[in-house]
Ligand binder design. Structure first.
Ligand code: FES
Length: 482
């Protein structure tokens, strides 16, 4: 079984250079996932726009999604309604429908070959009809047409609904084409260019990368979790979840589904493959990630009786009040904008972030500016989440710091070398790979992910390979030791 997402298989992409010297620009976008590239697209006719990514554009979180463009998003509307009321939930629904129409227009106008296809969306439950009824109640009040029906596949389900006007696509093919479009329009793209920190100036920011400085008037950060430390952003406002996905050969079908039960499964099809995602959990819980991944594989084996060909893991940021965070980081600073916390619905919200950020950075109004602004007040419920998360992260830190395993082949353990905490992975040939066991971001202890063979941070999701090279931030440094 391959440890990579189906979107990466056999896809040829153009490589862009890394930054080699100091540059200046009007607008700098950091992060080339769906939000960053969509923002670059909306700004492609502005002058001096630069887009940088620490790796290859599109190969971060976006390449590990399921690629659904749907407004039937699990329990998101009732969740938002419970915190903010019906009007806000309805406004969020409208934003998602508009995002779907917008991306359809872009794909059609630029003839982007990204396997976009109409796809009915199902919402189902195998244990809680009452909860599904709550979702139905919202859809009725929002005047969204739906049909009560049966799930068109033989997995446990007691009740299901479906809606139309939703789509699926190949997110990586879309991003690949979009980056060429924006580059041809004049947006400068630098890949393998890692932003390390930023300095505020009188009229903008200077971003320090590993290869040079970038002076910019406006800065837009679309890096999933921000690469620099924002006090209180997490865990005060956000939490991070890990989830798993797999793909296997299967007869193509034109529907997708997600359930609303304790264990969530997301299903879609792509070119005679089925993609099933699920078993998400807070990053700091269930630290044996291989075991969690196996739960999804076992579920798949039980109900489909075929072998998965690919399996992958991903991280999702969720805001405690269920709304993404898109806009100015601080109301008093019109030069710094951010988009994060897409609550597992990154395709629609990433496209939407592009339109909102582009309007705001150009001084225009956007009708969704207030809906997604960052300075929303935390409620009591959110504060309680904060306390719980803080406690859990502290527990994780201590727990992983003390754990020690015996060194067998293909195993990892934690030890001290010259008084420093080190992580050791012994590969299948008996070679030891020794790295620092402390995350450079905020000093949490790393744990070994035996499935992906990476050192993962349970606090904010940084990941490193067995030789200490950074794979995913917010850390901007490796964990290599001399
Ligand atoms: Fe923040 Fe590791 S401490 S990612």
């Amino acid at each position: 079984m391959k440890q990579k997402s189906i979107w990466m298989e056999n896809l040829k992409t153009k490589t862009y250079p890394s930054l080699k010297n100091d540059i200046e620009c009007d607008i700098l976008i950091i992060g080339g996932g769906i939000a960053g590239i969509s923002t670059a697209f909306e700004l492609k006719d502005e002058k001096e726009v630069v887009l940088i990514d620490k790796g290859k554009i599109g190969y971060g979180v976006t390449s590990h999604t399921t690629g659904k463009l749907t407004y039937l998003q699990s329990t998101v509307y009732t969740d938002i309604e419970n915190v903010h009321g019906f009007k806000v939930a309805l406004n969020y629904l409208n934003s998602q429908k508009e995002a779907i129409n917008h991306i359809k227009d872009i794909i059609s106008k630029y003839k982007i070959d990204c396997d976009l296809s109409p796809n009915d969306s199902y919402l189902f439950t195998y244990e809680n009809k009452e909860n599904l009824d709550k979702q139905i109640s919202f859809l009725k009040r929002a005047k969204v047409p739906f049909e009560e029906t049966k799930l068109p596949i033989n997995i446990p389900s007691i009740s299901a609904i479906k809606v139309k006007d939703t789509y699926v696509f190949n997110p990586l093919k879309y991003i690949n084409k979009l980056k060429d479009i924006v580059n041809k329009s004049g947006v400068k793209i630098y890949e393998n260019t890692t932003a390390i920190d930023l300095d505020k100036t009188n009229d903008g920011y200077i971003i320090n990368t590993k290869n040079g400085h970038i002076k910019t008037k406006k800065l837009i950060i679309c890096t999933h979790y921000p690469f620099f430390v924002i006090p209180g952003l997490m865990p005060l406002k956000l939490s991070l979840e890990k989830s798993y996905a797999l793909s296997a050969s299967y007869k193509n079908q034109n529907w997708n589904a997600i359930n609303i039960d304790k264990e969530t499964y997301s299903i879609r099809f792509y070119q005679n493959n089925i993609i099933v995602g699920g078993y998400s959990h807070p990053l700091y819980n269930n630290l044996d990630y291989q075991k969690e991944e196996n739960k999804l594989i076992n579920f798949f084996n039980k109900h489909f009786n075929i072998k998965p060909q690919m399996v992958w893991q991903t991280h999702d940021l969720t805001a405690h009040d269920y709304l993404p965070m898109i806009g100015f980081l601080n109301k008093k600073d019109s030069n710094l904008l951010i988009a994060t916390a897409f609550n597992k619905w990154g395709m629609t919200n990433g496209v939407l972030a592009g339109t909102i950020l582009a309007d705001l950075v150009c001084g225009k109004e956007n009708k969704y500016e207030n809906l997604f602004r960052l300075n929303r007040q935390p409620s009591l419920e959110k504060t309680l989440n904060f306390i719980t998360n803080n406690f859990m992260i502290g527990k994780t830190y201590i727990g992983t710091k003390l754990s020690k395993n015996k060194p067998f082949y293909n195993q990892s353990y934690v030890t001290k070398i010259d008084g420093k905490s080190c992580g050791v992975y012994v590969d299948e040939n008996g070679k030891k790979h020794v790295v620092s066991n402390i995350c450079p971001h905020l000093k949490c202890s790393l744990i070994f992910n035996n499935s992906t063979k990476t050192w993962d941070c349970p606090c904010h999701g940084s990941r490193f390979d067995i030789d200490g090279n950074l794979i995913e931030g917010p850390s901007v440094f490796d964990i290599k030791i001399e």
